[in-house]
Design a protein around this ligand. Structure first.
Ligand code: HEM
Ligand SMILES: *[C@@H]1O[C@H](CO)[C@@H](O)[C@H](O)[C@H]1NC(C)=O
Ligand SMILES: *[C@@H]1O[C@H](CO)[C@@H](O)[C@H](O)[C@H]1NC(C)=O
Ligand SMILES: *[C@@H]1O[C@H](CO)[C@@H](O)[C@H](O)[C@H]1NC(C)=O
Ligand SMILES: *[C@@H]1O[C@H](CO)[C@@H](O)[C@H](O)[C@H]1NC(C)=O
Ligand SMILES: *[C@@H]1O[C@H](CO)[C@@H](O)[C@H](O)[C@H]1NC(C)=O
Ligand SMILES: *[C@@H]1O[C@H](CO)[C@@H](O)[C@H](O)[C@H]1NC(C)=O
Length: 435
């Protein structure tokens, strides 16, 4: 019988001269979040966050997934009390969706969009944060630096998300509680209201149905992208933002907020560069508003071992030692590693990388087994092949441990779970359970 080792490895050559922390495989938490953010790996049913975002194109009834995700993140954070250190981005919103202040189908759709992404290593609140980072990037906005380590609330928190009919003093006080000055409030609203809009079913008084009963989404600006049009159209007086132009002055909260410092802030972010920079900073602070005691990581950068460019001539070979650390005769313990056809993601491109991913799927002799493996990379450019060995130690396999093998496991939609685990890489057990 052969034992199969299935795993996945991506590597890189570049950057990390300034890294304060050296990556040493295995780092499952880091790997999980890096894969979600940069590689855009799919959740268990095969869909990536990017795929759900549909290139920032709104759906047939005007629903805009990226906008829904950013509103979701803001509403989760908006009950933060910066001084007391309570609330913030903690996924408490999942328990607060029946509140009027969180009205809307968009909220429910988002909670379903995210349902399969959190796991052993990534919290629901980290997924909310990643959702905003990916949504803003896919729509052409800034690259928001992401930290990880948010902790999920298990109950609802206090209410307090701003609503359009509230007055300016309430909004200013609310944002101050959240940890934002008046000018930062103006900026954050202008950054959030760059995409999406107000919907009839959620706010029928602000966006009434048409005479024939059609329901509408009236967008905040004329573009679905993450751009400064929300600001320039406001300053030019051409905006159709319902929270600015609605004849009922009670509900024009964006107008009250945007003009509350005589348009000084809005003018300061009217250029694309200034808008992008300010929004990147403010949204990063929104995502990093977490309860006291939660320790966020360093900013997540691409994995420190990656082949940052593609080279069709490159040959990658995997080597391993047997269970007792012996080399196999005649290179018997080696196998070619094949590249996959992944498409480069937006965040990799922005990091200046177009990495190539390699997968291995190698039969290992059960008797001799494996204790560590490493890779040799031959670029076929006349230079000596490079060795990737996890900083000298090799990629070590802990013996006699039960390892879950997600690539071989399935969850058929009929609740027939097939779980594949490898035990110390001496046997692979496959069992199915119908729940
Ligand atoms: C005083 C503060 C705010 C008020 C009163 C407010 C009000 C609203 C209202 C009434 C809607 C329409 C929702 C619907 O029809 O379902 C909306 C949508 C939205 N808001 Fe805000 N908002 C505020 C601040 C923010 C902030 C700070 C952000 C993010 C940084 C944000 C992001 C969004 C987004 C992205 C949408 C579009 C959602 C979609 O199209 O599904 N809002 N907001
Ligand atoms: C304006 O909007 C507020 C809040 O929705 C509502 O209570 C009020 O009746 C509206 N006024 C008019 C004149 O429609
Ligand atoms: C702010 O800009 C808007 C849109 O151009 C304008 O209608 C308004 O009068 C300005 N407010 C102030 C105080 O300058
Ligand atoms: C591993 O390889 C070494 C050297 O070839 C050999 O002496 C040893 O018996 C092997 N161990 C196993 C478990 O196959
Ligand atoms: C990768 O792309 C090539 C060329 O388009 C195709 O022949 C091959 O089957 C693809 N491989 C995979 C694993 O999808
Ligand atoms: C596995 O290795 C053992 C010890 O070297 C050898 O006797 C056996 O034939 C090998 N099995 C296979 C299937 O190659
Ligand atoms: C459950 O899934 C396993 C693996 O795909 C399959 O072998 C088995 O027949 C399935 N059982 C049922 C009852 O569907």
């Amino acid at each position: 019988m052969h034992t199969m080792i299935l795993a996945r490895l991506s590597f890189a050559l570049t950057f990390f001269s300034t890294a304060t922390w050296a990556y040493h495989w295995p780092e499952p938490k880091f790997d999980a979040i890096e894969a979600l953010l940069y590689e855009q790996s799919p959740e268990p049913h095969g869909v990536s966050l990017t795929a759900i975002l549909n290139k920032c194109v709104p759906g047939p009834t005007g629903e805009h997934t990226a906008a829904e995700w950013v509103r979701f993140a803001y509403h989760d954070m908006a009950t933060h009390n910066a001084e007391a250190g309570t609330g913030g981005l903690d996924a408490s919103l999942y328990y607060e969706l029946d509140r009027q202040e969180n009205v809307g189908l968009g909220m429910r759709v988002t909670s379903f969009d995210f349902v399969d992404f959190p796991g052993k290593y990534v919290s629901r609140s980290d997924i909310i944060a990643i959702g905003t980072v990916v949504a803003v990037a896919e729509c052409g906005g800034p690259t928001i630096p992401l930290r990880m380590g948010r902790v999920d609330a298990l109950v609802a928190g206090p209410a307090g998300v701003p609503e359009p009919q509230q007055d300016l003093a309430s909004h200013t006080a609310s944002f101050r509680r959240q940890g934002f000055t008046q000018s930062e409030m103006i900026g954050l609203v202008a950054c959030g209201h760059t995409f999406g809009g107000v919907r009839t079913p959620d706010f029928p008084d602000i966006v009434p149905a048409t005479a024939d009963g059609s329901q509408l989404v009236v967008t905040f600006d004329s573009t679905p992208k993450f751009d400064n049009a929300i600001v320039t159209e406001y300053l030019a007086g051409t905006t159709k933002n319902p929270l600015v132009v609605h004849p009922n002055r009670t509900v024009t909260s964006d107008l009250r907020i945007f003009s509350s410092d005589n348009n000084v802030t809005m003018k300061s972010i009217s250029s694309p560069q200034a808008y992008s920079k300010r929004c990147g900073d403010l949204l990063a602070r929104m995502l990093d508003s977490v309860p006291k005691g939660v320790q966020l990581s360093e900013v997540i950068k691409p994995l420190p071992v990656k082949l940052a460019t593609k080279n069709p001539e490159r040959k990658v070979t995997m080597f391993w030692e047997n269970r007792s650390g012996g080399k196999c005769a005649h290179n018997a313990c080696s196998a070619p590693v094949v590249s996959t056809n992944d498409t480069t993601t937006t965040l990799f491109q922005r990091a200046g990388m177009s990495p190539q991913k390699y997968r291995f799927n190698t039969p290992i002799n059960v008797t001799t087994s494996v204790s560590k493996f490493w890779f040799e990379v031959d670029e076929n450019d006349g230079k000596k092949p490079q060795i990737y060995n996890n900083g000298g130690t090799g990629y070590e396999i802990q013996q006699d441990r039960v390892l879950f093998v997600p690539e071989l496991s399935t969850n058929a939609f009929n609740n027939n779970f097939t779980v594949v685990v490898a035990v110390g890489f001496r046997a692979v057990l496959v069992f199915s359970k119908i729940l």
